[in-house]
Design a protein around this ligand. Structure first.
Ligand code: 13P
Ligand code: SF4
Length: 319
């Protein structure tokens, strides 16, 4: 605790002297989420993080999340320095969608509009017509479907299937998945629901279809937090990274949040889901990158400009 306070104090001073602001995701360590809010930074879903970073006047953005979030920030703010506590924080969706293979998939279907999830590399974004995040994917695909467009979707097959089921759009799906959400189990969730018949079920759409079918609310991390605040229920079963519970507990005190069942691969928390890459973000990393500029996100200028086009399309659509 003492060392934590020491770090926080040093980071606050460094952030001031470097004109830096902290942009964090709901899955990172609660200490970082609190620090972001206390220093007038942002804690948000992927779309909110992207917008906040783009619109903030600070000259340095510290992005606590995974690499695609840092890269998105850099694409939208090429003139700012973008630092990450670690550049090793990957995402299984990004790793499971190599740009050359995805590009070949697109080339094989030139009549289709290419829509990719934000959880991708700059190269994959550069091949896309649209980038979407979970908070706006349904609206954008509905819009494209109504215009009569056929779609290539990548990389998350569960989110793709969820959108397909809800829009009826003609979508060819890349077969990627998130190593965290893919582990939620429908049968076990159905039993847990029986144990807590009054509980509402909140599901991130990267979860398998059987899990999403049991949801009262499906959506981005921000949407799930909003539901936890607004729904008149006392107990919630949550199918997403358990880091989100911190904000849920703060915003809806007195309510009970239970993690949805997974295959249970952690000794300390049998049914909790945690993204290993989100967990790599810590105070030590933040201090270090502020001190010596390590963890700087750099992108090839031409690539970043190309990848920004479908991102801007999404942000304009969202406005
Ligand atoms: P959100 O955009 O809903 O925050 O999701 C990002 C993510 O990586 C979920 O696993
Ligand atoms: Fe990627 Fe899944 Fe981690 Fe989100 S939770 S960053 S989708 S691996």
């Amino acid at each position: 605790k003492n060392q934590e306070q020491q770090y926080i104090q040093e980071i606050r001073q460094l952030m001031q002297s470097r004109n830096a602001v902290l942009v964090a995701h709901y899955y990172v360590d609660p200490v970082l989420q609190d620090l972001a809010l206390e220093t007038n930074g942002c804690v948000g879903d992927s779309l909110e993080m992207a917008r906040f970073g783009r619109d903030h006047e600070a000259s340095t953005l510290i992005v606590a999340g995974v690499r695609f979030m840092g890269e998105t920030a850099k694409m939208l703010s090429p003139g700012k320095k973008v630092l990450m506590p670690t550049l090793e924080a990957e995402c299984s969706l990004d790793l499971g969608c190599p740009a050359d293979q995805f590009s070949a998939f697109c080339d094989a279907h030139p009549d289709r509009t290419v829509v990719v999830y934000a959880n991708t590399s700059a190269e994959v974004k550069a091949r896309a017509d649209w980038v979407v995040t979970s908070s706006i994917a349904l609206e954008i695909v509905t819009y494209l479907h109504e215009k009569g467009e056929k779609i290539i979707w990548g990389p998350d097959r569960h989110l793709g299937q969820y959108i397909q089921n809800n829009t009826g759009a003609d979508m060819l799906l890349w077969q990627g998945s998130c190593l965290v959400h893919n582990e939620f189990k429908a049968a076990e969730l159905a039993s847990l629901k029986k144990q807590y018949p009054d509980a509402k079920v909140l599901v991130h759409p990267e979860s398998p279809a059987g899990v999403a079918a049991l949801a009262d609310v499906t959506g981005s991390t921000s949407k799930l937090i909003q539901a936890a605040i607004e729904l008149p229920a006392q107990t919630f079963i949550v199918a997403t990274d358990a880091g989100i519970m911190h904000e849920m507990q703060k915003r809806a005190p007195g309510k009970t949040f239970i993690s949805a069942p997974t295959s249970g691969n952690s000794a300390t928390c049998k049914s909790c889901a945690f993204c290993p890459w989100m967990a790599m973000n810590g105070l030590a990393g933040i201090k270090q990158c502020l001190l010596d500029g390590s963890g700087e996100v750099t992108l090839d200028k031409t690539l970043a400009e190309r990848a920004r086009l479908p991102l801007d399309r999404m942000l304009q659509f969202a406005e």
